[in-house]
Design a binder for this molecule. Structure first.
Ligand SMILES: NC(=O)c1ccc[n+]([C@@H]2O[C@H](COP(=O)([O-])OP(=O)(O)OC[C@H]3O[C@@H](n4cnc5c(N)ncnc54)[C@H](O)[C@@H]3O)[C@@H](O)[C@H]2O)c1
Ligand SMILES: [Zn+2]
Length: 350
C-alpha cells in the first residue's frame, strides 16, 4: 500500500509512504545506513541485501534516548565527512523514533541538507515519528528542543520489522494509534476495540489507518500552527508524568496512555466527554496492556509542570480534548485552574 504525502509548504513537497515488504532500492550515489546495535543485530543484514549503491556505509550509534543529543549528531556528521559524502548522498534511518529523528536532523545539516529515507522499525515510529518531518535531538533544557522540519524522500514501513520488537514497545506504539483514533476517527476506534491488535492483518490495517490519519494532518499543517497540535492529545499530561518519573518508569507511549485518561477526566468536567466514552477509551488502553493510573503526590506541583513544557507559555496552556464524542477534538485554552486541579485531584495519592 502506498500513501502519498503532499505537503503544501512553499516547496510543495511530495513523497510516498510505502507499507509493504521492503523493496530493492537502488542509488546512484553514496548511502549511509544509520542504526543502532539492537536493530542492526536483527535487521541490518537483510536491509543491506536490498540496497544497491556505489558505497554503503553503516553508521552505528548507541541505543537509547539518552544518546539522542547533539554529540551523536556531530559523530554522524564526522563519519560522513570521513567517507567523503557529498550533496547527492543519501542517509537511511534504520530504527525507531530516536534513530529517525537523529538521522533526519543530521541529513538536514550535512552540507546544508542531503536526502534521507525513513525505515522505521518500531510501531511508534511506523505510525507516528517517521511521518511528518519533525527531526531533532534533546538537550539539558528538554526533549526535541533542537531540530528542524525536514521531510524525507520516502518512508518504507515493513511490518515484518515488528516481529522482533518487545511487546512493551509494541504496546507503547498502540497508545499513539489510540490517540489518533480518539481524536479523528470513531470507526477506527471501533476497529481497534473489536480486533486483536497482535494479529498481522490487523497490525497492517492499524498502521495504514494511522499513517493516513497523520499524513492528512501533516498535509494540512506541517509546522504545527493548528490541527497538528491535536496529535498532542494525552501529551500535555504525559510529558509531566515522564518528567516527574525522570523518563525512567514509563515508555513515552505509556505516559501518553495515562495522559489520555487524565485529559479525559478534564473533558468530563467540561462536559466534553461522557463517563461511558472515557471508560471505553480506558478499557481499550488496558486491553493493550497500557497503564491507565498514576498517583499524583502533589497536585500543585503537577500543575506547575505544565508551564515547563515548551508548548505552553505562562498562563496559557492549550489542552487537547475529545469534543462531545470519540473521533472529534477541541483545542481548549484558558481552562480555569480550579477545574484542572479538580481533574488532577482524582489521581491524588491517598
Ligand atoms: N518526529 C516525530 O514526529 C516524533 C513523533 C513521536 C515520537 N518521536 C520520537 O521518537 C522517539 C521514540 O521512538 P521509539 O518509541 O521508536 O523509541 P526508540 O527509537 O528508542 O526504540 C525503542 C527501543 O526499541 C529498539 N528497537 C527498535 N526497533 C526494533 C526492532 N524492530 N526489534 C527490536 N528492537 C527494536 C530500539 O533499539 C530501542 O531500544 C522519541 O525520541 C520521540 O521524541 C518523534
Ligand atoms: Zn507521542
Amino acid at each position: 500500500m502506498v500513501i502519498p504525502i503532499k505537503i503544501k509548504n512553499k516547496n510543495d513537497i511530495e513523497y510516498d509512504i510505502l507499507i509493504d515488504k521492503l523493496p530493492n532500492l537502488e542509488f546512484e550515489n553514496k548511502v549511509a545506513v544509520v542504526t543502532n546495535p539492537t536493530v542492526a543485530k536483527f535487521h541490518l543484514e537483510n536491509v543491506l541485501k536490498k540496497i544497491k549503491a556505489p558505497l554503503v556505509e553503516v553508521i552505528e550509534v548507541p541505543d537509547g534516548e539518552e544518546y539522542k543529543n547533539i554529540d551523536t549528531i556531530l559523530a554522524i556528521l564526522d563519519k560522513l565527512f570521513e567517507a567523503k559524502f557529498d550533496r547527492k548522498s543519501t542517509l537511511i534511518a534504520l530504527g525507531g523514533g530516536v534513530i529517525g529523528d537523529m538521522t533526519g536532523f543530521a541529513a538536514s545539516m550535512y552540507q546544508r541538507g542531503i536526502d534521507f529515507i525513513q525505515m522505521p522499525t518500531t510501531l511508534l515510529s511506523q505510525v507516528d515519528a517517521s511521518v511528518g518531518g519533525k527531526t531533532g535531538v534533546n538537550n539539558k533544557y528538554g526533549k526535541n528542543l533542537i531540530g528542524a522540519f525536514y521531510q524525507p524522500k520516502g518512508v518504507y514501513i515493513d511490518p515484518a520489522f515488528l516481529d522482533t520488537l518487545p511487546a512493551r514497545e509494541f504496546n507503547a506504539g498502540v497508545a499513539e494509534v489510540i490517540k489518533m483514533a480518539v481524536m479523528f476517527d470513531k470507526d477506527f476506534f471501533e476497529f481497534l476495540e473489536a480486533n486483536d491488535l497482535t494479529q498481522k492483518e490487523n497490525i497492517i490495517q492499524m498502521i495504514a489507518k494511522s499513517v493516513q490519519t497523520k499524513a492528512n494532518v501533516v498535509n494540512q499543517d506541517e509546522k504545527e500552527k493548528g490541527v497538528r497540535a491535536v496529535l498532542n492529545y494525552g501529551h500535555t499530561f504525559g510529558h509531566v508524568i515522564e518528567n516527574l518519573t525522570s523518563y525512567k518508569k514509563y515508555l513515552h507511549g505509556e505516559a501518553v496512555a495515562i495522559g489520555m485518561v487524565m485529559a479525559n477526566e478534564l473533558a468530563i468536567r467540561l462536559d466534553l466527554l461522557s463517563k461511558e466514552d472515557a471508560n471505553r477509551i480506558k478499557n481499550l488502553l488496558e486491553k493493550n496492556n497500557l497503564p491507565t493510573s498514576f498517583e499524583i503526590k502533589d497536585v500543585e506541583e503537577f500543575y506547575e509542570h505544565f508551564f515547563l513544557d515548551k508548548k505552553s507559555s505562562q498562563g496559557n496552556i492549550a489542552f487537547i480534548l475529545p469534543n462531545g464524542e470519540i473521533g472529534s477534538y477541541i483545542i481548549k485554552k484558558d481552562i480555569p485552574k480550579k477545574i484542572v486541579i479538580d481533574a488532577l485531584n482524582s489521581f491524588k495519592a491517598k
